[in-house]
Write a protein that binds this ligand. Structure first.
Ligand code: SF4
Length: 250
């Protein structure tokens, strides 16, 4: 059985990383964590920035994605272009086939719209369980989470423990703005999901993502039929182990 790596001083590491630029943060994370490091990507702007830096630096950081089975074709396109451009393979984690067959048989192909419980069951099966497999045996998990994406993400840290998954979690773009990320991608000619140019900011599964209008919060286009206070997908947990909700302030 793999014994998960435990870092005794996530807070100290967080303070150290805060003073570095993002490329140096990734190097320092690699130096500090003696085990597998996994960057999970949904091919959004932030994840593309981090993937570029990992590919350019040659750091030993694995790339993984959750292919839910409901992604946009544009997401698959930027996935393929990213692999081609950087000569990398992004390891895909799919939902368990038998469990998915049972879910669709019981709730229908778009049953996630019927209730919050049905939606959570779908996210649990298509995202959360595969994420667990992606992080199995990993010592550290790197994400593209930014504090500006939601009010509750302000509580996140650049380095923190994910209490449920027992890994060190790193958010090296936590203090970046959406505009700074966009500028970086343009300056470095990084492949972008074509949907960004059509008003899609936070891009997830096709039936659960819409474009947002001027002035709308970044994640307003996710699960828009649910109350803001109930939006969550189960991937990100706060320091207290509770779900980071996608409630967003303008
Ligand atoms: Fe299912 Fe929508 Fe969650 Fe994707 S975002 S896993 S389609 S409920």
């Amino acid at each position: 059985m793999t014994v998960p790596f435990r870092h005794p001083d996530a807070a100290g590491l967080d303070r150290k990383l805060a003073g570095l630029d993002v490329a140096d943060r990734l190097r320092a994370i690699r130096d500090a964590v003696p085990g597998r490091l996994v960057l999970t990507t949904s091919f959004g702007a932030e994840d593309q920035l981090l993937t570029y830096l990992v590919a350019e630096s040659g750091l030993d950081i694995e790339l993984a994605t959750l292919d839910t089975g409901r992604l946009f074709p544009e997401t698959h396109d930027v996935w393929a272009e990213t692999e081609r451009r950087y000569g990398v393979r992004v390891h895909a984690f799919h939902p368990d086939a038998d469990a998915l067959q049972e879910l669709v048989a019981s709730q229908g192909i778009n049953g996630f719209r019927e209730s919050q419980a049905a939606r959570h069951a779908c996210c649990g099966l298509r995202k959360v369980e595969p994420l667990g497999r992606a992080l199995e045996g990993a010592a550290g998990w790197i994400t593209g989470l930014r504090a500006g994406q939601s009010a509750t993400r302000n509580d996140a840290a650049i380095a923190q423990i994910d209490p449920a998954r027992n890994v060190l979690k790193f958010n090296p773009l936590l203090d970046w703005s959406r505009d700074a990320v966009a500028d970086f991608l343009a300056d470095h000619d990084v492949p972008r999901n074509a949907l960004h140019a059509r008003g899609f900011v936070s891009i997830g599964c096709a039936p659960c993502t819409r474009a947002i209008g001027p002035g709308e919060p970044e994640r307003a286009g996710r699960w828009w039929w649910e109350q803001e206070s109930h939006k969550e997908c189960g991937l990100h947990l706060g320091p207290d182990g509770r779900l980071i909700r996608a409630t967003v302030t303008p």
